[in-house]
Design a protein around this ligand. Structure first.
Ligand SMILES: Nc1ncnc2c1ncn2[C@@H]1O[C@H](COP(=O)(O)OP(=O)(O)OP(=O)(O)O)[C@@H](O)[C@H]1O
Ligand SMILES: [Mg+2]
Length: 254
């Protein structure tokens, strides 16, 4: 089902070798792509993160689990350079995010990261096709080229039939698949997904997870997946548990 895009990494010159991390072809433990170390973030008296550590390697799907209020979203926002930690560091490909300017961080988010949130966060005035094409349009890609690639991704996510509709006219599951297409369309190295199936029933949730993880594995994108649901986390390669702002690797029982 993924033949059309399986070679995107190589074609785009963005493979593991281009990352300078390790030679392509067979290194069993690729270099960390993203690394959070001793990250602390407080909101007033609340310690949202209290010394969180996390390493994400290229191409792996990591589930971040933990109770409500434990700091999962804050950790994801710190990893994505949306929130700046009070102390500790986050490095993306060796470069410390807090040492970058705001402009550099937003450019990085646009070129290297994709995002999926609980309610899709699609632009309501645009059609689903235009929503998926948007990241490429913002990057200066011509409309025809962007829309052709967007159409391929909608087909791949099994929602080609909604391409001309606006987000308000599609179901929750369809909308999330459109959001996944938008997150993956511009060849990100990391997809950040915060409760991407939180508003879906379990059947649709599993379908979205299968499509997201298949596409990520095929394109080589890493996925940081925040979820409460063990069934959703089961799609990951590795699970991290966040409790009281501290994170810990949980050995996968499988
Ligand atoms: N912008 C903010 N302003 C004030 N407090 C915040 C802010 N963001 C998060 N917090 C607090 O920090 C703590 C961690 O929040 P966070 O959103 O990271 O939790 P979470 O694990 O994602 O929870 P949930 O599963 O409910 O989404 C909570 O106590 C929350 O109230
Ligand atoms: Mg959250």
């Amino acid at each position: 089902m993924s033949a059309g895009t399986a070679d995107r990494r190589g074609a785009g010159g963005r493979g593991a070798a281009a990352a300078g991390a390790h030679p392509d072809g067979g290194a069993p433990r690729p270099e960390p792509l993203l690394r959070a170390h001793a990250v602390r973030k407080a909101y007033g008296p609340t310690a949202a993160l209290d010394g969180a550590d996390l390493t994400i390697r290229a191409g792996e799907v990591v589930a971040v689990m933990g109770p409500s209020g434990s700091g999962k979203s804050t950790l994801l926002h710190c990893l994505a350079g949306i929130v700046t930690p009070d102390s500790g560091e986050v490095r993306y490909r060796g470069q410390e995010l807090s040492a970058m300017s705001d402009g550099e961080r937003s450019a990085l988010r646009r070129t290297d990261f994709g995002f999926v949130f609980q309610f899709g966060q699609l632009v309501p005035e645009l059609t689903c096709l235009e929503n998926v094409a948007m990241p490429m349009r913002l990057g200066g890609v011509r409309r025809r080229t962007a829309e052709r690639k967007a159409a391929e991704w909608l087909e791949r996510l099994e929602v080609a039939d909604v391409s001309g509709k606006r987000p308000g006219e599609v179901s929750g599951g369809q909308g999330q698949r459109v959001a996944v297409a938008r997150a993956l369309v511009d060849d990100p190295r990391v997809v950040f997904a915060d409760e991407p199936t939180g508003a879906l029933d379990s059947l649709n949730g599993e379908r979205v997870m299968r499509l997201l993880t298949d596409a990520a594995h095929d394109t080589g994108a890493a996925v940081v997946l925040v979820t409460h649901e063990p069934r959703v986390a089961a799609y990951s390669d590795r699970e991290i548990v966040v409790r009281d702002g501290k994170s810990r690797d949980m050995e996968r029982v499988s």
